[in-house]
Ligand binder design. Structure first.
Ligand code: DAH
Length: 359
């Protein structure tokens, strides 16, 4: 019995000292395995007789159970700590901020278009769109620019190797967003109030002209729309867009075949010490073209020009974007230089609106 107590103390100390599951398994084999210390003793019972065998058998079984329970308990502890250390080793720190270089930026063209839409949206305009590949009739003739009209010379563009099924004239890349005026007036009954942002193309390439650029067109048609509406609408737009409440806005007589009368719109600015400042000053910057829609254009779209009239305007997105955000070179818009975009781009969640501007 003394020997058993010693054996028990010895084994329990080994169990307690097993540092991991492998060490514990080695202890189990050493004690309860086929040739284990307790197993040997159990085998020895066969040579004992009678009473002695019974007492020894009971004692050995108690010992075996106690050791088994100790092994199980230690195993549970070791398994738990194995899981704990795995969890600690494999932990993912979800609090790590995203790498800043991965943050995308909104291109100034997209931002400017969004701002223009937002401002006119609050005046009740909706957005209309048209195709980049256009028919001669929509781009020119319906806008009162017939073949041989000198205005076509300023609109040299890229012609496709395909002709319009309607009149056989070659298809072209639209030179302005104005053809969407025609498409809209043909398909929608007045009253109309639309703006048309989009890509436009011309056979031009120098520091201030790109063969592809962007415009936004506006069109308002109703029964009593007059030049006062044109002026009020565009003055409000210029002031909201440039964020200058008392921005001087000047309407200068001009000529466009699709409007009569026509006006170019200038905003006031100063240019002191080589720095352009938008607002009151002694200089003017032209930013858009406008006018009352020519009755011929209305009639070309099947609209009764004795009943309806309205105004239209068109402006270059790049130009107003360069002026507002101080971007000096037109060509950089299309270079896809990430450093440029990081500098001139906008935060993705910075939704443009008049309210945001007021803050
Ligand atoms: N379509 C003209 C251009 O690209 C711009 C323009 C001027 C549009 C006057 C208009 C307008 O709607 O009324 O040069």
């Amino acid at each position: 019995m003394d020997d058993l107590d010693k054996l028990k103390a010895d084994v329990l100390a080994q169990v307690a000292g097993a540092a991991d599951l492998a060490a514990l398994e080695a202890v189990r084999i050493d004690v309860l395995g086929r040739n284990g210390r307790v197993t040997q003793l159990l085998k020895g019972l066969g040579q004992m007789d009678g009473e002695a065998r019974k007492t020894a058998g009971q004692a050995l079984n108690v010992l075996k159970n106690e050791i088994g329970a100790a092994l199980d308990a230690r195993k549970a502890v070791l398994e738990e700590s194995a899981i704990d250390s795995r969890l600690a080793a494999e932990k993912i720190d979800i609090s790590l901020p995203a790498r800043p270089s991965r943050t995308g930026k909104i291109h100034p063209i997209s931002q400017t278009i969004d701002e223009v839409i937002s401002i006119f949206g609050e005046m009740g305009f909706t957005v209309a769109e048209g195709p980049d590949i256009e028919e001669d009739w929509f781009n020119f003739t319906a806008l009162n620019i017939p073949p041989e009209h000198p205005a076509r010379q300023n609109h040299d563009t890229f012609y496709l190797d395909a002709n319009s099924p309607k009149d056989g004239a070659p298809l072209l890349l639209r030179t302005h967003t104005s053809p969407v005026q025609i498409r809209t007036m043909q398909n929608t009954k007045p009253p109309l109030r639309i703006i048309v942002p989009g890509r436009t193309f011309r056979c031009d390439h120098d520091a201030t002209h790109s063969p592809m650029f962007h415009q936004v067109e506006g069109l308002v048609i109703d029964e009593a729309t007059h030049m006062g509406h044109l002026k009020g609408c565009l003055i409000d737009f210029c002031r909201a867009f440039f964020g200058v409440d008392d921005l001087p806005v000047r309407f200068r007589p001009s000529y466009f075949p699709f409007t009569e009368p026509s006006a170019e719109v200038d905003i006031g600015c100063s240019f002191a010490d080589g720095t352009l400042k938008i607002g009151a000053g002694d200089r003017w910057l032209e930013i858009l073209g406008s006018g009352m829609v020519n009755p011929k254009v209305l009639e070309n779209c099947g609209i009764d020009s004795t009943k309806y009239q309205g105004f239209a305007f068109g402006m270059g997105i790049e130009r107003i974007s360069m002026l507002k955000y101080g971007i000096p070179d037109l060509r950089t818009f299309y270079e896809s230089d990430v450093r440029w975009l990081n500098h001139y781009g906008f935060a993705a969640l910075d939704v443009p609106s008049l309210i945001a501007k007021a803050r």
